[in-house]
Design a protein around this ligand. Structure first.
Ligand code: DNO
Length: 399
Protein backbone atom coordinates (compact mmCIF):
# COMPACT_ATOMS: atom_id res chain seq x y z
CA UNK A 1 0.00 0.00 0.00
CA UNK A 2 1.13 3.55 -0.68
CA UNK A 3 -0.49 4.99 2.40
CA UNK A 4 0.80 3.55 5.64
CA UNK A 5 -2.10 1.48 6.99
CA UNK A 6 -2.42 2.03 10.73
CA UNK A 7 -4.69 0.92 13.54
CA UNK A 8 -5.31 2.70 16.80
CA UNK A 9 -4.29 0.74 19.86
CA UNK A 10 -5.17 2.14 23.27
CA UNK A 11 -2.41 0.29 25.12
CA UNK A 12 -2.26 -2.90 27.19
CA UNK A 13 -5.84 -2.35 28.44
CA UNK A 14 -7.25 -2.36 24.90
CA UNK A 15 -9.54 -5.39 24.40
CA UNK A 16 -8.15 -5.66 20.85
CA UNK A 17 -4.83 -7.45 21.43
CA UNK A 18 -1.79 -5.89 19.81
CA UNK A 19 -0.81 -9.35 18.56
CA UNK A 20 -3.98 -9.48 16.42
CA UNK A 21 -3.42 -6.16 14.68
CA UNK A 22 -1.04 -7.41 11.94
CA UNK A 23 -3.97 -9.61 10.80
CA UNK A 24 -5.92 -6.48 9.86
CA UNK A 25 -3.37 -5.47 7.24
CA UNK A 26 -2.08 -2.58 9.36
CA UNK A 27 1.66 -2.15 9.74
CA UNK A 28 1.62 0.97 11.88
CA UNK A 29 0.19 1.71 15.30
CA UNK A 30 -1.39 4.90 16.52
CA UNK A 31 -1.16 5.08 20.28
CA UNK A 32 -0.96 7.36 23.27
CA UNK A 33 0.20 6.99 26.87
CA UNK A 34 -3.32 7.35 28.22
CA UNK A 35 -2.28 6.44 31.75
CA UNK A 36 -0.29 9.67 32.01
CA UNK A 37 -2.60 12.48 33.18
CA UNK A 38 -3.03 15.56 30.99
CA UNK A 39 -0.21 18.02 31.52
CA UNK A 40 2.30 15.49 32.93
CA UNK A 41 5.65 14.96 31.18
CA UNK A 42 6.11 12.00 28.85
CA UNK A 43 9.53 10.67 29.82
CA UNK A 44 11.83 8.91 27.38
CA UNK A 45 11.53 5.72 29.42
CA UNK A 46 7.74 5.74 29.19
CA UNK A 47 7.89 6.33 25.45
CA UNK A 48 10.47 3.62 24.96
CA UNK A 49 8.45 1.12 26.96
CA UNK A 50 5.42 1.59 24.69
CA UNK A 51 7.58 1.57 21.59
CA UNK A 52 9.13 -1.74 22.57
CA UNK A 53 5.73 -3.36 23.15
CA UNK A 54 4.67 -2.32 19.68
CA UNK A 55 7.88 -3.36 17.97
CA UNK A 56 7.87 -6.73 19.74
CA UNK A 57 4.56 -7.38 17.94
CA UNK A 58 6.25 -6.67 14.60
CA UNK A 59 4.61 -3.26 14.20
CA UNK A 60 5.82 0.34 14.13
CA UNK A 61 4.57 3.10 16.41
CA UNK A 62 3.86 5.60 13.63
CA UNK A 63 1.77 8.31 15.24
CA UNK A 64 1.07 9.68 18.70
CA UNK A 65 -2.63 10.31 19.15
CA UNK A 66 -2.81 12.32 21.25
CA UNK A 67 -0.35 14.31 23.26
CA UNK A 68 -3.19 16.09 25.09
CA UNK A 69 -3.20 19.85 25.53
CA UNK A 70 -4.03 20.83 29.11
CA UNK A 71 -7.15 23.00 29.58
CA UNK A 72 -5.02 25.78 31.08
CA UNK A 73 -3.30 26.17 27.72
CA UNK A 74 -6.66 26.48 25.96
CA UNK A 75 -7.99 29.00 28.49
CA UNK A 76 -4.67 30.81 28.88
CA UNK A 77 -5.00 30.10 32.61
CA UNK A 78 -2.52 30.60 35.40
CA UNK A 79 -0.41 27.54 34.72
CA UNK A 80 -0.38 27.94 30.96
CA UNK A 81 3.33 28.74 30.74
CA UNK A 82 4.32 25.78 32.85
CA UNK A 83 2.16 23.39 30.82
CA UNK A 84 3.59 24.70 27.56
CA UNK A 85 7.13 24.09 28.88
CA UNK A 86 6.17 20.53 29.81
CA UNK A 87 4.59 20.01 26.39
CA UNK A 88 7.82 21.15 24.73
CA UNK A 89 9.82 18.71 26.81
CA UNK A 90 7.47 15.85 25.88
CA UNK A 91 7.96 16.79 22.21
CA UNK A 92 11.74 16.73 22.68
CA UNK A 93 11.52 13.28 24.26
CA UNK A 94 9.34 12.01 21.41
CA UNK A 95 11.78 13.55 18.95
CA UNK A 96 14.62 11.56 20.54
CA UNK A 97 13.01 8.16 20.92
CA UNK A 98 9.41 8.14 19.71
CA UNK A 99 7.15 8.68 16.71
CA UNK A 100 7.57 11.98 14.92
CA UNK A 101 3.92 12.70 14.10
CA UNK A 102 2.12 14.11 17.13
CA UNK A 103 -1.65 14.62 17.13
CA UNK A 104 -3.48 17.04 19.42
CA UNK A 105 -6.76 18.90 19.45
CA UNK A 106 -7.83 22.30 20.72
CA UNK A 107 -11.46 21.59 21.61
CA UNK A 108 -12.48 23.25 24.86
CA UNK A 109 -13.69 20.96 27.67
CA UNK A 110 -14.88 17.95 25.65
CA UNK A 111 -13.13 16.02 22.88
CA UNK A 112 -15.49 14.32 20.41
CA UNK A 113 -19.15 14.19 21.38
CA UNK A 114 -21.87 11.63 20.65
CA UNK A 115 -25.17 11.01 22.41
CA UNK A 116 -25.53 7.32 21.61
CA UNK A 117 -22.56 4.99 21.44
CA UNK A 118 -24.54 1.96 20.26
CA UNK A 119 -27.10 3.14 17.72
CA UNK A 120 -28.48 0.13 15.88
CA UNK A 121 -28.59 0.21 12.09
CA UNK A 122 -31.05 -1.92 10.08
CA UNK A 123 -28.33 -4.55 9.44
CA UNK A 124 -27.93 -5.08 13.21
CA UNK A 125 -24.54 -3.39 13.54
CA UNK A 126 -24.18 -0.48 15.95
CA UNK A 127 -22.54 2.90 15.39
CA UNK A 128 -21.86 6.18 17.17
CA UNK A 129 -24.69 8.69 16.82
CA UNK A 130 -25.15 12.38 17.54
CA UNK A 131 -28.75 13.30 18.21
CA UNK A 132 -29.38 17.03 18.58
CA UNK A 133 -32.49 16.60 20.70
CA UNK A 134 -30.72 14.30 23.13
CA UNK A 135 -27.83 16.70 23.36
CA UNK A 136 -30.31 19.45 24.20
CA UNK A 137 -31.79 17.20 26.91
CA UNK A 138 -28.30 16.79 28.32
CA UNK A 139 -27.30 20.42 28.48
CA UNK A 140 -30.71 21.84 29.40
CA UNK A 141 -31.95 19.33 31.95
CA UNK A 142 -29.03 17.16 33.08
CA UNK A 143 -26.06 19.52 33.07
CA UNK A 144 -28.34 22.56 33.47
CA UNK A 145 -25.86 24.82 31.73
CA UNK A 146 -26.55 28.50 32.31
CA UNK A 147 -27.68 30.19 29.11
CA UNK A 148 -28.12 26.91 27.22
CA UNK A 149 -31.72 27.79 26.33
CA UNK A 150 -30.42 30.70 24.22
CA UNK A 151 -28.94 28.16 21.81
CA UNK A 152 -32.33 26.56 21.10
CA UNK A 153 -35.71 27.66 19.79
CA UNK A 154 -38.62 27.58 22.30
CA UNK A 155 -39.99 24.55 20.38
CA UNK A 156 -36.68 22.73 20.78
CA UNK A 157 -36.60 23.46 24.51
CA UNK A 158 -40.14 22.14 24.84
CA UNK A 159 -39.35 18.99 22.86
CA UNK A 160 -36.23 18.42 24.99
CA UNK A 161 -38.23 18.83 28.18
CA UNK A 162 -40.79 16.30 27.03
CA UNK A 163 -38.06 13.89 26.07
CA UNK A 164 -36.32 14.36 29.42
CA UNK A 165 -39.54 13.65 31.30
CA UNK A 166 -40.11 10.48 29.32
CA UNK A 167 -36.65 9.07 30.14
CA UNK A 168 -35.90 6.67 32.98
CA UNK A 169 -33.11 7.45 35.43
CA UNK A 170 -31.03 4.79 33.78
CA UNK A 171 -31.51 6.34 30.34
CA UNK A 172 -30.50 9.72 31.73
CA UNK A 173 -27.42 8.17 33.29
CA UNK A 174 -26.43 6.46 30.03
CA UNK A 175 -26.88 9.70 28.09
CA UNK A 176 -24.73 11.60 30.56
CA UNK A 177 -22.03 8.97 30.54
CA UNK A 178 -22.02 8.77 26.72
CA UNK A 179 -21.40 12.49 26.44
CA UNK A 180 -18.94 13.25 29.20
CA UNK A 181 -17.32 10.07 30.33
CA UNK A 182 -15.81 7.99 27.59
CA UNK A 183 -12.41 9.49 26.87
CA UNK A 184 -9.40 7.31 27.54
CA UNK A 185 -7.07 9.09 29.92
CA UNK A 186 -9.97 11.19 31.13
CA UNK A 187 -12.43 8.73 32.69
CA UNK A 188 -14.67 9.24 35.70
CA UNK A 189 -15.60 12.80 34.69
CA UNK A 190 -18.58 14.15 36.64
CA UNK A 191 -21.14 16.87 35.90
CA UNK A 192 -19.43 19.00 38.54
CA UNK A 193 -16.10 18.62 36.71
CA UNK A 194 -17.72 19.81 33.50
CA UNK A 195 -19.37 22.73 35.26
CA UNK A 196 -16.06 23.77 36.81
CA UNK A 197 -14.33 23.53 33.44
CA UNK A 198 -17.07 25.52 31.75
CA UNK A 199 -16.74 28.26 34.35
CA UNK A 200 -13.18 28.85 33.18
CA UNK A 201 -14.51 29.74 29.73
CA UNK A 202 -17.02 32.31 30.91
CA UNK A 203 -17.24 35.17 28.42
CA UNK A 204 -14.81 33.38 26.13
CA UNK A 205 -14.80 34.31 22.46
CA UNK A 206 -13.55 32.57 19.35
CA UNK A 207 -10.87 35.25 19.05
CA UNK A 208 -9.57 34.47 22.51
CA UNK A 209 -9.39 30.77 21.79
CA UNK A 210 -7.54 31.56 18.55
CA UNK A 211 -5.09 33.79 20.46
CA UNK A 212 -4.41 30.97 22.90
CA UNK A 213 -3.88 28.52 20.05
CA UNK A 214 -1.44 30.99 18.52
CA UNK A 215 0.32 31.39 21.85
CA UNK A 216 0.67 27.61 22.09
CA UNK A 217 1.74 26.96 18.51
CA UNK A 218 4.21 29.83 18.30
CA UNK A 219 6.08 28.21 21.20
CA UNK A 220 5.77 24.50 20.48
CA UNK A 221 6.07 24.41 16.68
CA UNK A 222 9.70 25.67 16.66
CA UNK A 223 10.58 22.94 19.15
CA UNK A 224 8.86 20.31 17.01
CA UNK A 225 10.72 21.61 13.98
CA UNK A 226 14.07 21.37 15.77
CA UNK A 227 13.34 17.78 16.81
CA UNK A 228 12.14 16.63 13.40
CA UNK A 229 8.57 16.22 14.68
CA UNK A 230 5.30 17.40 13.16
CA UNK A 231 2.32 18.52 15.19
CA UNK A 232 -1.02 17.79 13.59
CA UNK A 233 -4.30 19.23 14.84
CA UNK A 234 -7.44 17.10 14.92
CA UNK A 235 -10.64 18.84 13.79
CA UNK A 236 -13.53 19.70 16.08
CA UNK A 237 -15.99 16.85 16.34
CA UNK A 238 -18.77 17.79 15.77
CA UNK A 239 -17.45 20.68 13.70
CA UNK A 240 -19.39 23.43 15.43
CA UNK A 241 -19.84 25.13 18.77
CA UNK A 242 -20.85 22.80 21.59
CA UNK A 243 -21.94 23.71 25.14
CA UNK A 244 -21.85 27.39 24.16
CA UNK A 245 -18.07 27.14 23.69
CA UNK A 246 -16.20 28.40 20.67
CA UNK A 247 -14.54 25.86 18.40
CA UNK A 248 -11.93 26.85 15.89
CA UNK A 249 -10.99 23.99 13.61
CA UNK A 250 -14.14 23.05 11.74
CA UNK A 251 -14.14 24.64 8.26
CA UNK A 252 -11.96 25.35 5.24
CA UNK A 253 -11.40 28.90 6.51
CA UNK A 254 -10.24 27.53 9.85
CA UNK A 255 -7.72 25.35 8.01
CA UNK A 256 -6.36 28.37 6.13
CA UNK A 257 -6.11 30.37 9.37
CA UNK A 258 -4.27 27.55 11.16
CA UNK A 259 -1.70 27.12 8.41
CA UNK A 260 -1.04 30.86 8.36
CA UNK A 261 -0.86 31.15 12.13
CA UNK A 262 2.58 29.53 12.19
CA UNK A 263 3.87 28.95 8.70
CA UNK A 264 5.99 25.86 9.22
CA UNK A 265 5.86 22.26 7.96
CA UNK A 266 5.83 21.27 11.63
CA UNK A 267 2.43 22.95 12.01
CA UNK A 268 0.21 20.44 10.25
CA UNK A 269 -3.20 18.86 10.03
CA UNK A 270 -4.62 15.51 11.10
CA UNK A 271 -7.15 15.31 8.30
CA UNK A 272 -10.17 13.61 9.89
CA UNK A 273 -12.61 13.24 7.00
CA UNK A 274 -15.40 12.01 9.27
CA UNK A 275 -15.26 14.98 11.64
CA UNK A 276 -15.32 17.53 8.82
CA UNK A 277 -18.07 15.62 7.00
CA UNK A 278 -20.63 16.13 9.77
CA UNK A 279 -21.16 19.67 8.57
CA UNK A 280 -23.14 19.89 5.34
CA UNK A 281 -21.41 23.06 4.13
CA UNK A 282 -18.01 21.32 4.28
CA UNK A 283 -16.71 19.94 0.98
CA UNK A 284 -14.30 17.38 2.40
CA UNK A 285 -12.29 16.72 -0.78
CA UNK A 286 -11.84 20.44 -1.40
CA UNK A 287 -10.74 20.84 2.21
CA UNK A 288 -8.12 18.12 1.82
CA UNK A 289 -6.76 19.75 -1.32
CA UNK A 290 -6.59 23.11 0.47
CA UNK A 291 -4.04 21.79 2.94
CA UNK A 292 -2.68 18.62 1.28
CA UNK A 293 1.01 19.46 1.62
CA UNK A 294 0.62 20.07 5.37
CA UNK A 295 -1.37 16.94 6.19
CA UNK A 296 0.65 14.62 8.42
CA UNK A 297 -1.95 12.01 9.30
CA UNK A 298 -5.31 10.95 7.88
CA UNK A 299 -8.46 9.53 9.50
CA UNK A 300 -10.75 8.04 6.90
CA UNK A 301 -14.43 7.61 7.70
CA UNK A 302 -17.71 9.19 6.69
CA UNK A 303 -20.89 10.35 8.36
CA UNK A 304 -24.52 10.32 7.31
CA UNK A 305 -26.15 13.64 8.19
CA UNK A 306 -29.92 13.83 8.63
CA UNK A 307 -31.90 16.93 7.53
CA UNK A 308 -32.24 18.06 11.18
CA UNK A 309 -28.46 17.90 11.77
CA UNK A 310 -28.32 14.54 13.57
CA UNK A 311 -25.52 12.38 12.25
CA UNK A 312 -24.03 8.92 12.57
CA UNK A 313 -21.02 7.00 11.33
CA UNK A 314 -21.70 5.73 7.84
CA UNK A 315 -20.03 2.92 5.94
CA UNK A 316 -16.63 3.96 4.59
CA UNK A 317 -18.03 4.13 1.05
CA UNK A 318 -21.30 5.81 2.07
CA UNK A 319 -22.35 9.03 3.76
CA UNK A 320 -21.17 12.52 2.88
CA UNK A 321 -17.54 11.79 2.04
CA UNK A 322 -16.74 11.04 -1.57
CA UNK A 323 -14.22 8.42 -0.51
CA UNK A 324 -13.10 7.64 -4.04
CA UNK A 325 -12.19 11.28 -4.75
CA UNK A 326 -10.63 11.73 -1.35
CA UNK A 327 -8.39 8.66 -1.60
CA UNK A 328 -7.47 9.72 -5.14
CA UNK A 329 -6.44 13.15 -3.84
CA UNK A 330 -4.36 11.46 -1.15
CA UNK A 331 -2.67 9.24 -3.76
CA UNK A 332 -1.87 12.32 -5.85
CA UNK A 333 -0.43 14.11 -2.84
CA UNK A 334 1.80 11.16 -2.04
CA UNK A 335 3.03 10.99 -5.63
CA UNK A 336 3.76 14.71 -5.57
CA UNK A 337 5.68 14.44 -2.28
CA UNK A 338 7.73 11.53 -3.53
CA UNK A 339 8.71 13.52 -6.62
CA UNK A 340 9.80 16.38 -4.37
CA UNK A 341 11.93 13.92 -2.42
CA UNK A 342 9.99 14.42 0.80
CA UNK A 343 10.72 11.79 3.41
CA UNK A 344 7.16 11.98 4.71
CA UNK A 345 5.58 11.08 1.39
CA UNK A 346 3.72 8.04 2.75
CA UNK A 347 0.77 9.25 4.75
CA UNK A 348 -0.22 7.26 7.83
CA UNK A 349 -3.93 6.56 7.59
CA UNK A 350 -6.33 4.91 9.98
CA UNK A 351 -9.91 3.78 9.48
CA UNK A 352 -10.96 5.74 12.57
CA UNK A 353 -14.29 4.80 14.16
CA UNK A 354 -15.87 1.64 12.88
CA UNK A 355 -19.28 0.11 13.32
CA UNK A 356 -19.49 -2.72 15.83
CA UNK A 357 -20.20 -5.75 13.66
CA UNK A 358 -20.22 -9.53 13.92
CA UNK A 359 -18.06 -10.71 16.85
CA UNK A 360 -17.62 -7.12 18.05
CA UNK A 361 -21.29 -7.33 19.07
CA UNK A 362 -20.81 -10.49 21.10
CA UNK A 363 -17.99 -9.18 23.26
CA UNK A 364 -18.33 -7.35 26.59
CA UNK A 365 -18.83 -3.59 26.12
CA UNK A 366 -15.69 -2.04 24.68
CA UNK A 367 -14.34 0.71 26.94
CA UNK A 368 -13.38 2.56 23.75
CA UNK A 369 -16.63 3.06 21.84
CA UNK A 370 -16.21 3.08 18.08
CA UNK A 371 -13.02 1.07 18.36
CA UNK A 372 -14.10 -2.54 17.98
CA UNK A 373 -11.66 -4.71 16.05
CA UNK A 374 -13.75 -6.16 13.24
CA UNK A 375 -15.68 -3.07 12.17
CA UNK A 376 -12.49 -1.08 11.96
CA UNK A 377 -10.84 -3.85 10.01
CA UNK A 378 -13.71 -3.64 7.51
CA UNK A 379 -12.96 0.09 7.21
CA UNK A 380 -9.28 -0.53 6.68
CA UNK A 381 -9.97 -3.25 4.11
CA UNK A 382 -12.23 -0.87 2.21
CA UNK A 383 -9.54 1.81 2.16
CA UNK A 384 -6.79 -0.58 1.14
CA UNK A 385 -8.86 -1.94 -1.72
CA UNK A 386 -9.85 1.50 -2.87
CA UNK A 387 -6.28 2.74 -2.86
CA UNK A 388 -5.01 -0.30 -4.72
CA UNK A 389 -7.73 0.08 -7.35
CA UNK A 390 -7.02 3.78 -7.81
CA UNK A 391 -3.27 3.33 -8.05
CA UNK A 392 -3.43 0.41 -10.49
CA UNK A 393 -5.94 2.01 -12.77
CA UNK A 394 -4.97 5.70 -12.60
CA UNK A 395 -1.25 5.75 -11.77
CA UNK A 396 0.23 2.36 -12.71
CA UNK A 397 3.51 4.00 -13.69
CA UNK A 398 3.96 5.14 -10.07
CA UNK A 399 3.85 1.64 -8.63
C1 DNO B 1 -11.97 10.03 18.35
C2 DNO B 1 -10.70 10.65 17.99
C3 DNO B 1 -10.37 11.86 18.83
C4 DNO B 1 -8.94 12.28 18.58
C5 DNO B 1 -8.52 13.48 19.37
C6 DNO B 1 -7.17 13.95 18.91
O1 DNO B 1 -12.15 8.90 18.14
O2 DNO B 1 -10.62 10.91 16.65
O3 DNO B 1 -10.52 11.54 20.17
O4 DNO B 1 -8.09 11.25 18.94
O5 DNO B 1 -9.42 14.50 19.22
O6 DNO B 1 -6.65 14.82 19.86
Amino acid sequence: MFMEPTFRWYGPEDPVPLAHIPQTGATGIVSSLHYIPYGVLWTQDAILERKKMIEDAGLTWSVVESLPVHEDIKTGGRSCRRYIELYKQSIRNLGKVGPKVITYNFMPVLDWVRTDLHHRLPDGSTVLYFNRLEFAVFELFILRRMGAEDDYTPEEVKAAEEKYRSMTDHERFVLRRSIIDNFPGFKGVTLEDIQAMLAKYEGFTRERLAENLYNFLSQVVPVAEECGCRLVIHPDDPPRSILGLPRIFSTIDDIAALLKMVDSPANGVCFCAGSFSARTDNDVVKMFKSCASRVGFVHLRSTQVEPNGDFYEADHLGGRVDMYELVKAICEEQIRRRKEGREDWRLPVRPDHGADIMDDLLKPANPNPGYGGIGRMRGLATIRGLETGIMRSCYPEEL
